[in-house]
Each structure stands twice: as structure tokens, then as C-alpha cells.
Design a protein. Structure first.
Length: 248
């Protein structure tokens, strides 16, 4: 394995993991997306990393994607305050020592929330971990997608197919593509040193979605249902995997 790459991504992953854990504690009803975004930007810089979304050719209007309720992914931070019981998904990419790490989680704001939304989050997190458990040298990308899809469908959730996971490292998005569906024994074969992002996306209704014309970024569910997104950056090791973006 390329030592410089792995060291940088391990360190960047720890910055990411601890920052998102702190973010989960920080978010409260009444805060606006833009207030949260400003806090995240400050924390990224304070911890010695770079805001990756600033480096996009078409610059994203924030340091973190904040997707509320029927927004699935890529939510642009807004001025509207979050309300008790809102679903919010946070998706963050940072650059550290020349390498990217990427992670996302979904939560309910405050203490109250719909049981159906709570279940969706729990099932989607389980799907993420079931996908991660497939990672090892010689495994196929299809093994991961099959495992993720099986959990989501068993949970009676809509499976998002038009947004998928990806390789990561010197670039934010690299080969191979990592879909949240698939057939065992098909697709790219993982090897030691590969770094990939597994990111299940689900919804309570039908999986059709569209990009909001108002901000040009936020992906929303066509039927107005609630969307969910969870993600980790994973390293393929000699004996299996290492979750780089889980705080240790």
C-alpha cells in the first residue's frame, strides 16, 4: 500500500470523523443551514484541513451539503431555521495533505421525530454497514451493492439508483463506481490499498428525484417523501477493511 496516501487519508479521516461527531451534538432546532455551514467551515480550517467543495469547478455555495426533509443530497445551506423533528442529512468532503475523505450521516433535529423516519435512518445505516462488511481483497463491487440493496428492500425503502458511491483519493470522485444495488460476483475486483466511498441513499416513497432549479444543487424527491443518506470512506486492507472516517 502507498504509505503516504494511507497515512494522509487515515489522518484526514480522523479529522472528518471527529468533526461530524461534534456536528451531530452541535445541531439544534432553530439553527439555520447557513449558521451550521459557517461553523463547519471554521472547524475544518481550525483542524488543519481544506474545504473540498471550494475546489469544485462549479463552486458549491457552502462547506457542507445540508439536505432537509424531501431533499436527498447536495442540499445548499439555506437561511431557513431547522425545526424540531426535521430530517437533515449532512455530507462532507475535506482535503488533507493532498487526499480527500468523504462521509455523510442523517439525523432528526431535536428530540421528536417520525417513527418511520427513525426507522429509515436505522435501516440505511445498517445497509451501509452490511455493504462495508463485504469489503476485502478479491471482493467485487457487485457484492457491496447487492448487500446494500438487500437491506434497503427488506426495510421497505425506496432504493436510489441514480446517485452512487465512488473511489476516492487524490481526487474527490474516482473509479470505481460503487452503486447501492448490484449482483454478487460482478464488477470491479477490489485490491489492497483501494479507497472507496460506500453511500446508501434511500427514501420513504418512490426513488424518483430531481435537481431543484432554485439553487441548482439540491436533489429533491419527486413525490415529496423523505430522503436519507449515510456514507463512510473505506480502505481495503490485506485482511478486510478499515473505516477511515469513523472517529477512534
Amino acid at each position: 500500500m502507498a504509505t503516504d496516501k494511507i497515512t494522509a487519508m487515515r489522518e484526514g479521516g480522523q479529522i472528518m470523523g471527529h468533526l461530524l461527531a461534534d456536528l451531530k451534538e452541535y445541531v439544534q432546532p432553530g439553527m439555520t443551514g447557513k449558521e451550521i455551514d459557517a461553523w463547519v467551515r471554521s472547524e475544518i480550517e481550525k483542524r488543519g484541513a481544506i474545504v473540498a467543495y471550494d475546489l469544485l469547478e462549479e463552486k458549491f455555495p457552502g462547506a457542507i451539503c445540508i439536505s432537509v426533509n424531501d431533499q436527498l443530497v447536495h442540499g445548499a445551506p439555506k437561511d431557513e431555521p431547522l425545526e424540531e423533528g426535521d430530517k437533515v442529512s449532512f455530507d462532507l468532503v475535506i482535503l488533507y495533505k493532498g487526499y480527500y475523505t468523504d462521509s455523510a450521516f442523517t439525523m432528526i433535529v431535536g428530540k421528536k421525530g417520525s417513527p418511520a423516519v427513525k426507522k429509515m435512518i436505522s435501516v440505511t445505516e445498517s445497509a451501509l454497514w452490511e455493504g462495508i462488511e463485504q469489503v476485502r481483497p478479491g471482493a467485487h463491487i457487485g457484492d457491496i451493492g447487492h448487500a446494500v440493496e438487500k437491506v434497503l428492500r427488506a426495510g421497505k425503502l425506496g432504493v436510489i439508483e441514480n446517485y452512487i458511491g465512488h473511489g476516492i483519493g487524490k481526487e474527490m470522485h474516482m473509479d470505481p463506481e460503487v452503486p447501492n444495488y448490484g449482483r454478487k460476483g460482478t464488477g470491479y475486483v477490489l485490491k489492497v490499498g483501494d479507497t472507496i466511498c460506500i453511500e446508501p441513499m434511500s427514501c420513504l416513497g418512490k426513488p424518483s428525484n430531481y435537481v431543484d432549479k432554485d439553487d441548482g444543487w439540491s436533489v429533491k424527491m419527486k413525490d415529496g417523501s423523505i430522503g436519507c443518506h449515510c456514507e463512510h470512506t473505506i480502505l481495503v486492507t490485506e485482511d478486510g477493511y478499515e473505516v477511515l472516517t469513523l472517529p477512534k
